[in-house]
Design a protein around this ligand. Structure first.
Ligand SMILES: Cc1cc2nc3c(=O)[nH]c(=O)nc-3n(C[C@H](O)[C@H](O)[C@H](O)COP(=O)(O)O)c2cc1C
Length: 413
């Protein structure tokens, strides 16, 4: 996907600059060429020699360089790329971008470019949460600058929180998305999450269903409910009025939302319809496709004849039922596709068949450890294309998905 693409990478003066060396390598191994401009501060963190060795090109760092201007002027340099990436984007660089300053080569390139710009912020959490940075980020978003990250995590300064630069592979995924023309990259934490869904109603289904064979036995699956619950929690964090419809799970009900407990697919559908209307419906539950045609009302006795055949009938399709509603269809209907083969192909087919707006596809082969595990690797499949996210915690998937849906909803209104 990146073969033949030209990336202009601006490295800012942050401690995360060392990760940009790996980013260069990852971009180049996917076939992209990478030309690098460094700020003066960046050179305190990684050497131009390391950068040049990895990029296979000279490093651009001087605005007033006669040689560089003669070879490739700053305007040409800023445009001779398919995408401009800033990683790490320091608080200072974001401020300069927001103000439209052009006081060194890096900021001049950023102002002169006619290409899309993707920034990967990295800074101490207080700097990230400071009202000045918040204002700058909001301004840059309004200007159409794309963001990847930052994420939560331990920082070099010993603190913990938002401000950590996204990992190189996350940035690569964002670069692919930006180059594919998608405008909806995950938005930076702190700017969007809190309040981005206030006044909105979100319904999430989560967990497995249990389909009874008799009063004590049932057919189930390995879903833990962790992903659906994380999404519901993220939606509540974003200010939405959330109804979580949960199958039988062993995890606690998230705080700040209403949880409705159900057992079977039929009960889950009834609860979902009762919870409507909603702005967003997210079907994250692993609903049993079939149920036993005639569940016994009395326990099947071991002493009796062995029930060698269980005859099954199809369960209602909750996602399709909600998605195909003529009246009162939620603005956004999101499904999940848990697959063990041809993950994206099956998800695209499901998207079309069920008429939903977005499918979150994941590979649930036993060796991936997704079912019951705490992390997930997902692909977002929409009618416009596919976006693959690197492996991340189910909480991060939940938060990023909610950020994305809030933006989509915003665009609808
Ligand atoms: C050890 C050290 C680490 C730093 N790390 C960061 C950082 O991660 N993010 C940031 O925004 N600034 C960081 N700074 C401050 C920037 O280097 C400083 O604001 C500089 O002016 C940024 O210049 P630039 O934006 O032109 O690259 C750090 C400074 C020092 C001394």
């Amino acid at each position: 996907m990146l073969a033949g693409k030209r990336i202009l990478l601006v490295i800012g003066g942050g401690i995360a600059a060392y990760k940009s060396l790996d980013l260069i390598r990852r971009l180049r191994e996917r076939g992209a060429s990478v030309r690098v401009a460094m700020t003066n501060a960046a050179k305190q963190f990684v050497t131009p020699l390391s950068v040049a060795s990895l990029s296979g090109d000279k490093v651009y760092d001087e605005l007033f360089s006669l040689t560089d201007e003669a070879e490739m002027g700053h305007i040409e340099l800023s445009r001779d790329a398919d995408l401009v990436v800033v990683a790490p984007a320091t608080a200072n660089l974001l401020a300069r971008m927001a103000q439209g300053l052009a006081d060194d080569l890096a900021s001049t390139l950023l102002l002169a470019t006619d290409k899309r710009t993707l920034v990967a912020p990295a800074m101490n959490l207080r700097m990230w949460l400071h009202p000045a940075t918040r204002r700058n980020v909001e301004q840059l978003q309004r200007d159409g600058i794309l963001f990847v990250g930052p994420s939560d995590g331990a920082m070099a300064c010993g603190e913990f929180g938002p401000g950590r630069m996204s990992e190189p592979l996350e940035i690569v995924a964002a670069v692919e998305t930006a180059l594919a023309g998608e405008t909806l990259l995950p938005l930076p934490k702190g700017a969007m999450t809190s309040g981005s869904l206030s006044g909105r109603r979100v319904i999430v289904t989560s967990g497995p269903t249990h389909e009874p064979i008799d009063p004590v036995r049932y057919i189930a699956n390995r879903s833990s409910g962790r992903q659906g619950h994380a999404i519901a929690a993220a939606a509540a964090e974003a200010g939405a009025d959330v109804v979580l419809i949960s199958g039988p799970v062993e995890i606690a009900d998230p705080k700040g939302l209403t949880t409705v407990h159900v057992e079977t697919a039929e009960q889950m559908l009834a609860a979902a319809e009762k919870a409507l209307p909603a702005d967003i419906f997210i079907a994250a539950a692993a609903v049993a496709d079939w149920r036993v045609a005639e569940a016994r009302s009395e326990k099947i006795k071991k002493s009796g004849p062995t029930p060698t055949v269980l005859s099954m009938i199809e369960n209602p399709d909750i996602l399709a039922t909600i998605s195909m509603r003529k009246a009162g269809r939620p603005g956004l209907v999101v499904g999940f596709a848990a697959e063990t083969e041809k993950v994206i192909g099956h998800a695209q087919e499901k998207l079309a068949r069920k008429g939903c707006d977005l499918i979150v596809a994941n590979d649930v082969s036993p060796e991936k450890g997704v079912m019951g595990g705490t992390s997930n690797t997902v692909h977002l499949v929409t009618p416009r294309g596919v976006e693959s996210w690197p492996e991340m915690s189910k909480s991060d998937v939940g938060r990023k998905l909610i950020e994305r849906l809030a933006t989509l909803l915003e665009r609808q209104s």
